[in-house]
Design a protein around this ligand. Structure first.
Ligand SMILES: [Zn+2]
Ligand SMILES: [Zn+2]
Length: 350
């Protein structure tokens, strides 16, 4: 299976937290947190469609200006999601600049800002052409934590506690569409971008008689073919990928339940761990996780892989200890689960 979602931490483990998720074959990226994003090439920033901000502490939001600088003058809509007070935070950022010449630009960026509350979403728009004045405010019901639902993937959130509300996120591909390479090679069909179109039609749930233009004979001709038989012949589906991102939160019962539900069975779980296992008290006080707590969460949620980040600068030189403590706790829970799961050949169970 060729993964579609390609996650990567923006900075090293001591740098400002942030995750970019690139889509294979698509000119699109998602961004989680807006700290120092100067390491992301402009070509990637221009592909960002949606930005998910956990909270607006400076190490998670100072990159807003940088992103705006890059996308300004582009005629696109950029969606930004954040916790309580987020619309006012964005408005405050925008109010810090002078916008008297914006109407001279032929293209005008629009920021669509979504603020997550426990039971509803608040929305507002800020258009460059209107000198970024707040407009089109609205309110929508908020169900099942779903922030963004597209045919091929969804983004979910959970409101966590960090003395201020802080959002955790997960991205889930609905299912994975695979092409049977052997059948493609044996057919007269050419490979190429049409296969992505084919996948898109499947995600969009197009009917079996929907006609698909298929390049044949090395792309020299185009043949119209019905989606149903193409699917049957060339495609099989498998479970989709899931990526989760949690940062700046405290280890308590309520948060634990919310996090484990959000990140359950993720392929990769990116989790903060500023503090060492022995610093539990400090973590609780500052509303952050320790390495061990990150590992326990990963284990309880049965994720496949755990990647820790957002290490306290105080621990420079001890990154391997922080990593090891997290992985050890993760493994501990995995082993305990293995021991307690029913064994296939256990005679007592037959
Ligand atoms: Zn932070
Ligand atoms: Zn914070």
């Amino acid at each position: 299976m060729k993964p579609i979602l390609h996650p990567r931490l923006v900075n090293d483990v001591f740098g400002d937290p942030g995750l970019q998720v690139n889509f294979l074959y698509e000119k699109r990226a998602l961004l989680f947190d807006l700290g120092d994003i100067s390491a992301i090439p402009n070509s990637v920033l221009l592909k960002v469609s949606d930005v998910f901000v956990s909270h607006t502490h400076i190490d998670h939001f100072i990159g807003f200006d940088h992103l705006l600088r890059i996308v300004f003058g582009r005629g696109k809509t950029l969606r930004l999601y954040g916790p309580e007070n987020f619309i006012a935070n964005v408005e405050g950022k925008l109010a810090g600049f002078t916008w008297n010449l914006v109407d001279k630009y032929s293209q005008s960026i629009c920021l669509e800002v979504v603020e997550v509350r426990e039971d509803h979403l608040r929305k507002a728009r800020f258009r460059a052409i209107d000198k970024f004045k707040r407009s089109e405010e609205s309110q929508e019901p908020f169900e099942n934590g779903v922030l963004l639902a597209e045919p091929s993937f969804t983004v979910q959130t959970a409101i966590l506690e960090h003395r201020v509300p802080c959002l955790g996120f997960s991205v889930k591909e609905m299912f994975h569409v695979n092409v049977r390479k052997d059948r493609l090679d044996a057919s007269s069909f050419s490979s190429g971008p049409w296969l992505n179109e084919l996948k898109r039609f499947i995600f969009e749930g197009k009917p079996d008689d929907f006609m698909v233009p298929v390049p044949v004979n090395g792309g020299k001709e185009i043949k119209e073919m019905a989606l149903g038989p193409l699917k049957e012949d060339l495609i099989f589906t498998s479970p989709g990928q899931k990526i989760a991102y949690v940062t700046d939160t405290v280890y308590n019962e309520e948060n634990k339940t919310r996090i484990v539900n959000l990140i359950a069975e993720a392929d990769v779980f990116f989790c903060e761990s500023p503090f060492l296992a022995e610093e539990e008290e400090r973590g609780a006080e500052r509303r952050h996780l320790t390495s061990r707590q990150a590992g326990l969460l990963a284990g309880e949620a049965a994720v496949k892989q755990l990647r820790t980040f957002h290490f306290s600068p105080k621990h420079k030189g001890r990154e391997s200890q922080l990593q090891k403590e997290a992985q050890d706790a993760f493994q501990e829970i995995k082993n305990a689960r293995k021991d307690s799961s029913p064994k296939k050949n256990d005679p007592h169970l037959t």
